[in-house]
Ligand binder design. Structure first.
Ligand code: 26Q
Length: 836
């Protein structure tokens, strides 16, 4: 592998050392004796980037020459994490690089550790987009990711006195060596103003004259496929003020106004909105969405126009996937461009738009559905509002025949909600304006058809489909867990890296004595490493010789971190009483991690509660021999890469029917953790693959939950079980908040007075019992535990994002692979230039 890979400067450790030293000298103006850690990191990143750029250029050329269709993945979020270790692995230069750096007296890990996470996303949806980019490049599909180059990513979370405190994430502070600014790729986007109708050649033409303009400049990041053949592009837009606009006001003498409007333009790409699942109708968010949609579509159209083909062929060359409704303005924007700018008829424009667009839904929570008020849309995007009205009008006309004598149904499926003020339902728009609507796990996709959008399913039965999520095994196993990856490769060869179905070959090793003992050793090593990471990251002390029980994900009531906390109270109470449930308990470390949306009061209270419980239990000399509770501040991709490989028990305990898929569940599975979980999201399919016997499945199913429905009485469920009653008393009597009276009242109220919307008490007994069987197995039969863990890895083949992307490519995008030759790039840049 290493030997065949030759890039433009040759490939020995010595060459790499030379490149690195040159970058230090010329881009950092430093020699190896006088450098800062940041400078060394940047120099190394630039040296690596140089090795990517040639292949990047070649990929673009090949894809153009082959007239290949391209997928354009539109997403407000790309949660990329770090690039360096990933790029180094995909380039195949890790060993030489380590040698090169150590020959200069540096360690690779130390430099790699300087890189800030690219945290341009909230959670699952943004990380999914990042995994998809990795799979698209590795499978050699022509693809662009389009998004916003936020100056501030997801906030940094600090914990002060148990409470979450948000700090700005200034991730570009020291520059970003992975990106290339493309000053020539810039589009002007307008907002506001009015629409004029001009009658020309017997035809009505609409002209939208905006009152405010913003430029979007492209910043490109290379996405290196494994083995480095195809290098695709993540193109992120940064907002600036158009030059002329400024200059004009400046000359009028209104200098401060010029500066003000410049700043207001730049505001657009300043910051990622930190809420997930709870939708808020902020004007700046709407502008962000339109800004990035308008730049991306202009770019896609520019690239199509270069081919000089007819518009009807557009869908043969471009597919656009909408990552949730956040980019769904792409539908009216595409219509506007084709109608107003290109002069197509409505029907021509509509057929093209529907053929190009695909929509992925990521949530079942009604409060997450995007709705913009009509007055806001009207004032910011007046022409789009006209187009949306026309789309809706035509749609409702065609829908009438499906619902004879049921006029009220039309009100439900209309894009416009007749509330006060009226609202525009973006999900309805996305379904109507695309040829595919998919959910992200089998159960979720069924529920979309059955409960969320039944009428649309009646009208468009062929549009609804499922694409079960996946994760990239390259980042989440090869990169995050190198020792286990090496062991697996020794056992079954390295085919799994690019063909993850081969991981099934690991199954026989679940009973192979040597393999099992190596697996156990590696798990312990990973725990030691994770403990060191946490010590360095936040000063936490944890004991690697305990069972690591981990729940890491955004904090949300439906994900039920509270259920975990209530179970910990049960365990604690039992220890204090010397009860049976904890008689033979293995020493345990409960690890929590995750951010709460800054405005989500109950989520923030859950963090505080976990921290308060931790304080009491960790300080209790009787309990702390068996129990340690830890909240890990600032959970992020880089922390996940350290914690997940060290986990024994993976907590996936959402109320059935609420988690669309989950993807953390898959990451834990392929790193050899056992899952304790409900039959929700992709857990259902994990159980299908590995068998319920090799998991700890508990709780009401989705059907049972909806059966329980309104008759559910949390109080009765809680009080009917003595141990639960006692644990609840700890919460109600303020045991964990002696000096902070009443702070947890809102949580208690949501559980008991507001009906426990997420059915904690319906599932708590079953959860506690399932948890006990997990503890018992861990304590009683390490061999059996490890056998199950290895079987989990061997059964994780389905959950590669390579499989997911293959399905999107075939079923939704009609996309073909476009192999790119690997070129050693031995011609120098000068030789290249002289050919021109
Ligand atoms: C919407 C409007 C305004 C501001 C913010 C938002 C917003 C932002 C992010 C709404 C939702 C999100 C993120 C949703 C998300 O991450 N969903 C998760 O997607 C994963 C990938 O498909 C699934 O595995 C998870 O189950 C789902 O919760």
């Amino acid at each position: 592998m290493k030997d065949e890979l030759k890039t433009r400067f040759g490939h020995t450790a010595k060459d790499l050392a030379q490149d690195f030293a040159e970058q230090l000298k010329y881009s950092q103006d430093a020699d190896i004796y006088h450098t800062t850690a940041e400078g060394r990191y940047t120099a190394l990143a630039l040296a690596i980037r140089d090795r990517i750029v040639h292949q990047w250029n070649l990929s673009r050329k090949t894809q153009r020459k082959e007239n290949a269709k391209r997928i354009n993945y539109l997403s407000l979020e790309f949660l990329m994490g770090r690039a360096m270790t990933n790029n180094v692995i995909n380039l195949g230069v890790e060993d030489q690089l380590k040698e090169a750096l150590s020959s200069l007296g540096y360690t690779y890990e130390e430099l790699a550790d300087m890189e800030p996470d690219a945290g341009l996303g909230n959670g699952g949806l943004g990380r999914l987009a990042a995994c998809f980019l990795d799979s698209l490049a590795t499978l050699e599909y022509p693809a662009y990711g389009y998004g916003i180059r936020y100056n501030y990513g997801i906030f940094r979370q600090q914990i002060k006195n148990g409470w979450q405190v948000e700090q700005p994430d200034n991730w570009l502070r020291n520059g970003n060596p992975w990106e290339l600014k493309r000053p020539d790729v810039v589009y002007t986007v307008q907002f506001g103003g009015e629409v004029k109708m001009i009658r020309e050649k017997g035809k009505d033409n609409f002209k939208w004259i905006g009152s405010e303009q913003v430029n979007g400049v492209a910043y490109d990041t290379p996405i290196v496929g494994y083995g480095c053949k195809t290098v695709n592009t993540l193109r992120l837009w940064s907002a600036t003020s158009p030059e002329e606009f400024n200059f004009h006001e400046f000359n009028d003498g209104d200098y401060t106004e010029a500066v003000r409007s410049k700043i207001s333009a730049e505001n657009l790409s300043q910051v990622l909105y930190p809420n997930d699942t709870l939708y808020m109708g902020k004007e700046l968010r709407l502008k962000q969405q339109y800004f990035f949609v308008a730049c991306s579509l202009a770019d896609i159209i520019r690239s199509f126009k270069r081919r000089k083909l007819s518009w009807s062929q557009f869908p043969d060359f471009a597919a656009i996937q909408l990552n949730d409704t956040h980019p769904s303005l792409a539908i009216p924007e595409m219509m506007r461009l084709l109608l107003d700018e290109e002069g197509l008829s409505w029907d021509e424009a509509w057929d093209i738009t529907v053929a190009i667009m695909g929509y992925t839904n990521h949530t079942l929570m009604p409060e997450a559905l995007e709705k913009w008020t009509l007055p806001m849309l009207q004032s910011i995007l007046p022409r789009h509002m006209q187009i949306i009205y026309e789309i809706n009008h035509r749609f409702l006309q065609s829908a009438v025949s499906f619902f004879p004598l049921q006029p009220q149904v039309l009100g439900q499926i209309s894009i416009i909600e007749e509330s006060n003020p009226k609202q525009v339902r973006m999900a309805n728009l996305a379904i109507i304006g695309s040829h595919s609507t998919n959910g992200v796990a089998a159960l979720h996709s069924e529920l979309l058809k059955r409960s969320m959008f039944p009428q649309f399913n009646l009208i468009y039965p062929k549009r609804f489909n499922n694409k079960t999520n996946g994760i990239t095994q390259r980042r989440w196993l090869l990169d995050a867990n190198p020792r286990l990856a090496q062991k697996i490769t020794e056992a079954i060869g390295d085919g799994w890296i690019t063909d993850y179905s081969q991981i099934a070959k690991l199954a026989p090793f679940a009973t192979d004595k040597a393999f099992v003992s190596d697996f156990a050793k590696i798990k312990l090593e990973n725990k030691v490493k994770a403990a060191a990471f946490l010590k360095k990251d936040s000063g936490m002390i944890i004991d690697p010789n305990t069972l690591f029980d981990v729940q890491v994900k955004r904090i949300h009531e439906y994900k039920r971190q509270l259920l975990n906390a209530l179970n910990i109270m049960l365990i604690y109470n039992d220890i204090k009483k010397g009860g049976k449930a904890t008689e033979n308990m293995p020493p345990m470390t409960f690890l929590f991690g995750g951010k709460a949306a800054p405005g989500y009061v109950n989520a923030k209270l859950i963090i505080k509660l976990i921290n308060n419980i931790a304080k009491v239990i960790n300080g209790d000399s009787q309990a702390n021999k068996l129990l340690s509770i830890q909240f890990m501040p600032n959970y992020r991709v880089t922390m996940a890469e350290s914690i997940i490989p060290a986990t024994d028990l993976s907590e996936q305990i959402s109320t059935a029917g609420t988690e669309a898929s989950g993807t953390g569940n898959m990451k834990f599975m392929c790193n050899g953790a056992l899952t304790i979980g409900t039959m929700d999201g992709a857990n259902v399919e994990i159980a299908e693959e590995v068998g319920k016997d090799n998991m700890f499945i508990f709780g009401h199913t989705e059907e049972e939950i909806s059966q329980l429905g309104k008759s559910y009485n949390p109080f009765a469920w809680a009080m009917g079980d003595n141990e639960i009653k006692e644990a609840v008393a700890l919460l109600s009597t303020g045991y964990f908040n002696v000096n902070e009276p009443n702070i947890f009242d809102p949580l208690r109220k949501s559980l008991f007075e507001d009906g426990d919307r997420y059915f904690h008490f319906a599932d708590l007994r079953m959860y506690a019992d399932a948890h006990k069987s997990a503890r018992d197995l861990y304590r009683g039969d390490q061999n059996e535990w490890n056998r199950k863990a290895i079987l989990n890895i061997a059964s994780s083949g389905k959950f590669s994002s390579d499989r997911t992307i293959g399905e999107y490519a075939k079923d939704i995008w009609a996309l073909k692979q476009c192999p790119v030759q690997r070129d050693d790039g031995t011609e120098t840049a000068l030789q290249d230039a002289m050919k021109k």
